[in-house]
Design a protein around this ligand. Structure first.
Ligand code: BES
Ligand code: MN
Ligand code: ZN
Length: 489
């Protein structure tokens, strides 16, 4: 989607009636619309409620114009950004396959700030994203037609804000692409290759560890997960050093490119969903792209632990004991609790290699978090109240919402093992918490750490304000907001 800025709407050249959208506050259409339009809006019960859409064809010059109105409800209030995003997203959702090729959004009477206008544009772009490359039989009227949004009369400064927001859009879209691609296309090596291609020339420094290097480092937990797969594992580290002399922050993502469960194999129904078990790694990669594109003034390292979890003659067995890079031993009770085994070595490595003061890990770690929170919040676990409150604030501001869960020694005890230092699963209840306790055992003293269980928010069956059904890109806007408000403040 191309976003352009213009002072006034220019005439159409594609033969369609000119499509011009306006944002309308609650009961505010009367102010400047003509009598005919007002009457039509009233007849259609359009009042400007948040997310409400109304369109009318009206005479314009020699021809006809297609006028769209998107409701933004009462001006002011806490949910304003979300409301504006609903309006922007509703417009592109409606016109994406309408045959229209360009949508003008007229901000001249909207009363929005530049920042708010940019968030309307961000939502419009994000809601229009689709991944159609494998659909070879779409008819012309099923194909997206809308290719361009022209912001008319946008408040001064909108273009500068848009430059930042377009970097966010690029990161979110990259994350969605990685998540949407099937596991025969995206596996550890190809995940790395795609990140290398996308980040080329961005200024992000990249380090890739192959299996031999990981073996030499003693990453027995991660390698144990990978050993049943013919796909070689990788660690991908991406550093954006937009600030010198800062203490680095690390984002660590679970990148299980397909999770069959291994020998503790999952049931067949729904197993195809496990192609998105790399959503944490994808969010980290998308965030690094965003930070580089907008030249964030922060020192951030993104680490992806990339493996495929398969059953095989060489796969690890329930009961196997592995030695992690930290030296701690793990009894693998359930080979389907593999994410924590990948994360623990990735966390150990990033601490040894870069000494970050803060670590945020993102992982589609437990089905239990979906039982707890559904698809509306990701679960947050942290050893640091300040970090937790900063992430919570970033969640509220970005729309990638978080809900904090407890940690504690009573939960930690539940993963003690009779044969090794710990086991990789606890009892059935509190499963998201014991998973977090497991990761915490690998976090060094003095490091502020948060674990985000994003199993319920990476992929959804229903479309939302800024996404179609499918991959949401969850995490990119959250981490970008955290970087802006905490690291760059
Ligand atoms: N990737 C899954 C978690 C998951 C499940 C994500 C459903 C999205 C939807 C993870 O590796 C897993 O299998 N977790 C197990 C842990 C259990 C064996 C302790 C789970 O949640 O069932
Ligand atoms: Mn699993
Ligand atoms: Zn998994």
């Amino acid at each position: 989607m191309i976003i352009e800025f213009a002072a006034t709407a220019s005439p159409n050249t594609d033969g369609n009636p000119r499509l011009v959208a306006s944002l309308v506050a609650q009961d505010a259409l009367a102010a400047d619309a003509d009598l005919l339009v007002r009457g039509a809006a009233a007849a259609a019960r359009f009042t400007g409620k948040p997310g409400q859409l109304f369109e009318v064809f009206a005479p314009a010059g020699d021809g006809v114009a297609r006028l769209a109105f998107a409701g933004i409800g009462e001006l002011g209030g806490a949910g304003r950004r979300a409301t504006l995003e609903r309006a922007g997203g509703a417009l592109t959702a409606k016109y994406l396959t309408s045959g229209e090729t360009a949508l003008a959004i007229d901000f001249s009477t909207s009363g929005l700030t530049a920042e708010e206008a940019a968030s309307v544009l961000l939502a419009a772009r994000l809601r229009a994203w689709r991944h159609d490359i494998y659909r070879t039989k779409l008819t012309d009227d099923q194909k997206p037609s809308l290719a361009r949004i022209v912001a008319i009369g946008a408040p001064e400064g909108t273009e500068a804000h848009w430059e930042t927001e377009s970097a966010v859009a690029e990161g979110v879209e990259f994350t969605r692409e990685l998540v949407t691609e099937p596991a025969n296309v995206i596996y550890p090596e190809s995940f790395v290759a795609r990140c290398l291609a996308r980040l080329e020339g961005s200024g992000v420094e990249i380090v890739v560890l192959d299996k031999a290097e990981m073996t030499a480092l003693g990453m027995g937990a991660l390698l144990g997960v990978s050993q049943g797969s013919v796909r070689e594992p990788r660690i991908l580290a991406m550093r954006w050093k937009g600030k010198a002399g800062a203490q680095p922050t690390a984002f660590v993502g679970k990148g299980v490119t397909f999770d069959t469960g291994g020998i503790s194999i999952k049931p067949a129904a729904g197993m195809e969903d496990m192609k998105w078990d790399m959503g944490g790694a994808a969010a980290v990669a998308g965030t690094m792209l965003t930070l580089a594109r907008r030249k964030a003034q922060a020192d951030v390292i993104g680490v992806c632990g990339l493996v495929e979890n398969m059953p095989d003659g060489n796969a690890q067995r329930p009961g196997d004991v592995v030695t992690s890079m930290s030296g701690q031993t793990i009894e693998v009770i359930n080979t389907d609790a593999e994410g924590r085994l990948v994360l623990c070595d990735a966390v150990t490595w990033v601490q040894k290699q870069y000494s970050p003061v803060t670590i945020v890990d993102l992982a589609t770690l437990t089905g239990a978090i979906i039982v707890s929170l559904g698809h509306e919040h990701a679960g947050m676990f942290s050893n640091d109240d300040l970090l937790a409150s900063q992430l919570d604030a970033a969640g509220k501001a970005s729309g990638d919402s978080l809900w904090r869960f407890p940690l504690g020694s009573a939960y930690d005890k539940l993963i003690d093992s009779p044969i090794a230092d710990m086991k990789n699963v606890g009892p059935r209840y509190g499963g998201s918490i014991t998973a977090a306790q497991f990761i915490q055992r690998f976090v060094d003293r003095g490091v502020a750490w948060a674990h985000l269980d994003i199993a319920g928010t990476v992929w959804v069956e229903k479309s939302g304000a800024t996404h179609d059904k499918g991959a949401t890109g969850f995490g990119v806007r959250l981490l970008d907001r955290y970087v802006r408000d905490v690291l760059e403040a």
